[in-house]
Design a protein around this ligand. Sequence first.
Ligand SMILES: CC(C)(COP(=O)(O)OP(=O)(O)OC[C@H]1O[C@@H](n2cnc3c(N)ncnc32)[C@H](O)[C@@H]1OP(=O)(O)O)[C@@H](O)C(=O)NCCC(=O)NCCS
Length: 198
Amino acid sequence: MPRIRPFQRGDEPALADICLRTADEGGDATGIFDDDEIWAQIFVLPYVARHPEFAFVVEADDGRVAGYIVCAPDTRAFEDWFAGEWWPRFAERWPRPDLERNRQDGTLRYAYARRAGAEPYGDDYPAHLHIDLLPELQGQGWGRRLVETLVSALREHGIHGLHLVASAGNTGAIAFYPRLGFVPLPSHEGVQAFGMTL
Ligand SMILES: CC(C)(COP(=O)(O)OP(=O)(O)OC[C@H]1O[C@@H](n2cnc3c(N)ncnc32)[C@H](O)[C@@H]1OP(=O)(O)O)[C@@H](O)C(=O)NCCC(=O)NCCS
């Protein structure tokens, strides 16, 4: 039986792999960008670097990490740290594109634009999450259990709201969050945000 456990140092390569294999609206994003590593350096690795205490993984029967949930408990503070400390190290490797010619340009421009208050959701729902499971673990209740595990940890720390932003085309995710009590929030074109008061 797989099990949920706290994130441990050393899990990072498995998390990066899961992120890549689920990043294309829930499906495998391998080869979409010139460098597959871009996804993880934006959507999962900064979270475990900054907040390992709010990261949990699902370990499969054979000990492999096959799913995760990561979280920034204070989105405003996290986005400032991302902009000031985390992302600048990639400036030479992945320079800011002047134009948005393709999806990679759009994702890199998003990373360069991240900063406190760039998105409004953190005002009412201070924490935000990312959750991804490899296909072998999907549809068996692990997503629900990971969210419940994170919500307990956030409540213990007195955090009163949680949000996330999904791609509008990720139909699985958009069906999943309302089943757990998240409510849809007004969102930009191409994405759907959800919030939950804790
Ligand atoms: C989206 C994801 C996290 C859901 O986790 P999961 O373990 O598959 O979902 P669960 O089995 O815990 O399902 C919980 C509830 O959501 C519903 N649900 C989950 N996936 C669904 C889907 N694809 N379509 C319809 N309903 C779905 C389940 O029916 C269940 O409802 P119920 O408990 O009321 O019966 C997981 O499938 C996943 O990682 N997908 C790929 C990556 C991804 O899209 N991540 C989210 C990016 S925003």
